[in-house]
Design a protein. Structure first.
Length: 194
């Protein structure tokens, strides 16, 4: 007889339980983050990102670039969602608004979510390095930390700025993955503009 997931601890839960929990963490962001970022990745791939060279991309290369971008967006979004949803005030809010999420529904405890992060963050960093978006991954995680752990969500101006910067980091990441590394250095022609 299989033990109920709520009676089991941590990683001893069945794989399907973890897969379902991953989906539930990110389900609310499919329409707001995943699809828009993949559309951005698609357009970035077709246009060559910020490159000036012609951007003819064979279908196989296009699909490969989109698959890489999808993996990166999903794993970094998972880190962002777990980090945000594990906070006590988020669990309380989700109990009323989104009770199906893993923490308010009792699928996971906040401690288990923290353990997930100890595993997923290094994996996401490694994926960022492998796919050529390590700068964007680190930058995104700094904004996630600012928002969730040092009260960047408490002031309306700060919250909006951090959210904008986080979403921009997602876009920069998919551009780096689909079009090659981005050069963030300012050249002499950029200085007068600023």
């Amino acid at each position: 007889m299989e033990t109920e997931p709520s009676k089991q601890k941590g990683w001893s839960l069945p794989l399907r339980h973890h897969i379902r929990s991953v989906f539930l963490f990110t389900a609310s962001d499919i329409e707001t983050v995943i699809i828009p970022q993949l559309l951005f990745a698609f357009s970035s791939t077709l246009t060559g990102g910020f490159r000036t060279s012609p951007a003819f991309i064979p279908t196989e290369s296009l699909l490969r670039a989109l698959a890489k971008a999808c993996v990166w967006v999903f794993i970094t979004l998972l880190v962002e969602d777990i980090t945000n949803q594990r906070r006590p005030e988020s669990v309380l809010e989700d109990s009323a608004n989104k009770p199906w999420r893993p923490l308010p529904s009792g699928r996971l405890t906040p401690e288990a979510a923290q353990q997930w992060l100890l595993f997923i963050v290094p994996c996401a960093m490694a994926i960022g390095v492998i796919l050529g978006a390590y700068k964007e991954t680190v930058t995104l995680f700094v904004f996630v930390w600012m928002y969730n752990d040092i009260d960047g969500d408490k002031d309306v101006w700060c919250r909006n700025a951090v959210n904008m910067a986080g979403l921009s980091s997602f876009s920069a990441g998919v551009t780096a993955i689909t079009s090659g590394p981005l050069d963030y250095n300012l050249d002499s022609s950029s200085v007068p503009f600023l």
